[in-house]
Ligand binder design. Structure first.
Ligand code: ADP
Ligand code: MG
Length: 208
């Protein structure tokens, strides 16, 4: 992955969350406070603008910039969580204008760890972690098995989609949805869906 591909990923992720913002807000209205789509649209629109306004020499710098922008622009829980994830991804990457799939696997793991460290959610708590954790595991396994970036990314996106769909059955133990207790079951977690959109964007921009 080079700077152009990293930027293309984040731009595609921004397009996807903006296109689905109303749907994300609807999901959040069912088990949260109905602002997730608004938060994601605001944050990723600012990311797109920040990327356009900046010249990057290192791939990691692209992700640090995106993460810092999300933290600054989004008031909801998702801003600091996604923001910390992207910052951790950026900081975990080696310096330089290109990084390998193995570098990206390590960085994605660091992003997942940052979300867990900040929000304290584990898989099964009905959060973005339920999409991100299986996606990172899938990406790592693919890279270890010798897959290139397109194949590893496609697998990660599939795992994120499966994880996001599986949140329907779960009872929330973290975030606002946990206030509903068992009434949170039967609804898909909005942050897990945005996580899937972001990883699907990676699969889309890396597809051969
Ligand atoms: P808020 O909950 O502050 O209104 P958003 O609506 O933008 O923020 O984001 C809600 C999403 O954030 C949830 O669907 C969930 O995926 C994620 N989330 C909330 N709290 C946590 C947490 N502690 N750990 C991981 N993800 C969380
Ligand atoms: Mg909300």
């Amino acid at each position: 992955m080079d700077v152009a591909l990293a930027t293309a990923w984040l731009r595609a992720a921004a397009e996807a969350v903006v296109a689905d913002a109303d749907e994300l807000t609807k999901l959040d209205a069912a088990i949260g406070d109905g602002d997730h789509g608004v938060n994601m649209r605001r944050g990723f629109t600012a990311v797109t603008a920040a990327l356009e306004a900046t010249a990057f020499t290192g791939v990691g710098d692209v992700f640090v910039k995106a993460g810092t922008t999300l933290i600054a622009k989004v008031g909801g829980a998702s801003g600091p969580l996604f923001g910390s994830a992207f910052r951790a991804i950026g900081k975990a990457l080696p310096p330089g204008a290109t990084v390998s799939p193995a570098d990206l696997a390590t960085a994605l793991r660091a992003g997942l760890d940052a979300v867990g460290g900040l929000g304290g959610a584990a898989p099964g708590d009905k959060t973005m972690v339920d999409a991100l954790a299986p996606a990172v595991a899938s990406f790592e396994e693919a890279v270890v098995a010798g897959a290139g970036l397109p194949e590893a990314s496609a697998g990660a996106a599939r795992a994120a989609g499966d994880g996001a769909r599986a949140t329907v059955a779960l009872t929330a133990r973290k975030g606002r949805a946990s206030y509903l207790g068992e009434r949170s079951a039967g609804h898909q977690d909005p942050g897990a869906v945005s996580t899937w959109l972001i990883l699907q964007a990676l699969a889309d921009v890396t597809a051969p």
